[in-house]
Design a protein around this ligand. Structure first.
Ligand code: IMP
Ligand code: MG
Length: 178
């Protein structure tokens, strides 16, 4: 793996396909164990989580359903407090065991909004599964139940993560060369 350039920025290799696969194995094993008899509904947060969620759900051996939603709070490499509306939630969530699948939790604003929205639908339970977590940026008090890996604040691209729309298609994860 070599450094790559996207627009004006240089990114260095950070997590390989093998690293990601180990995380997927660990997360899927936990979910297969914890949700064995629960028939969960996975709420997948687009766009970022699309590759992670696709790979993760292929490793789930339990009965489960998927629903894709969209919400956005990010521009460039700076997190903003601006959160647009949630699109695509059509299923009834009442009495469902919900697992919200996210690519990354940074400030936690996006997830806070999602938790509020989902909980207003009276689910049986709610859990969060995020591929990455930036603990230094996080300032909320809710629990993140399943975390793939905690990382420093540096901006990442690849495997669903984008820089101004580019890089989502990369098979592994790169970190901004600060
Ligand atoms: P939060 O609301 O600050 O937690 O931001 C969450 C959203 O910001 C994520 O779902 C991502 O779409 C985006 N984001 C946060 N950090 C990064 C990053 O390092 N690379 C790409 N997108 C990021
Ligand atoms: Mg996201």
């Amino acid at each position: 793996m070599e450094t790559i350039q996207i627009k004006d920025k240089i990114f260095r290799p950070y997590m390989s396909v093998e690293d990601i696969n180990e995380i997927l194995d660990s997360l899927s094993a936990q979910l297969n164990r914890d949700y064995a008899d629960k028939d969960p509904l996975l709420i997948i947060v687009l766009n970022g989580a699309f590759i992670f969620a696709a790979d993760l759900c292929k490793k789930l051996t339990i009965p489960c359903r998927l629903s894709l939603i969209k919400v956005s709070s990010y521009q460039g490499t700076e997190s903003t407090n601006q959160i647009s509306n949630l699109i695509g939630l059509k299923e009834s969530l009442k009495n469902e065991h919900i697992i919200i699948v996210e690519d990354i939790i940074d400030t936690g604003n996006t997830m806070e909004y999602l938790l509020k929205t989902v909980s207003s639908h009276q689910p049986a339970s709610m859990a969060i599964c995020s591929l990455l977590f930036k603990p230094n940026s996080f300032s909320k008090d809710y629990k993140i139940n399943y975390i793939g890996r905690s990382i420093p604040d540096d901006f990442v691209v690849g495997y669903g993560f984008d820089y101004d729309g580019y890089g989502r298609n990369l098979p592994c994860i790169y970190q901004l060369n600060a």
